[in-house]
Design a protein around this ligand. Sequence first.
Ligand code: HEC
Length: 153
Amino acid sequence: MKQILKRILVFVLFLFIAIQMYQPAFNIDKGKAATKDFIRVYKMPAEVQTLFRNSCYDCHSNNTDYVWYDYIQPVRSVVESHIKEAKNDLNFNEWETYSNRKQERLLNSIKEQIVNRQMPLSSYTLMHRKAKLSDDEIKTMTEWLKEQSKVYE
Ligand code: HEC
């Protein structure tokens, strides 16, 4: 019995080391100025800027602020796939390239996601406490968002 357990343990350890070899590309866009960025386009109050940066930009932009365990598989792959999906739907760095219609739809969608507490993802806020939005922060963001949508009404 002990022998089998030992073998299983060695196998699991081997597997863990083996999967570390797979390293997808990092979401780091060094030096490129994000001139079409959401925060730049709207010139929002510093408080609102910070909330978007802290809670959304790790997934919805071209630059992720990685933490140590993001480098370890299988977390590494999960993180990269979240970023890929998130950027596909909404990349804050590329906001100005979106059509008015798309911007309008996204502003609404952002508001919905925040109010319903679907974003930021709970798997993320579990480890990134700073990104978790309080009731007051949600209110600050949604009020600002409502003001922006008026432009399109
Ligand atoms: C940990 C990564 C992560 C963080 C942080 C995150 N998102 Fe997302 N977001 C995703 C993923 C993955 C999707 C696509 C799949 C889904 O909808 O669950 C998504 C989808 C969305 C969508 C849907 C876009 C559409 O097509 O309508 C919106 C809006 C959105 N996120 C807004 C936000 C906002 C606002 C924040 C910050 C308050 C945020 N997200 C933080 C990962 C993230």
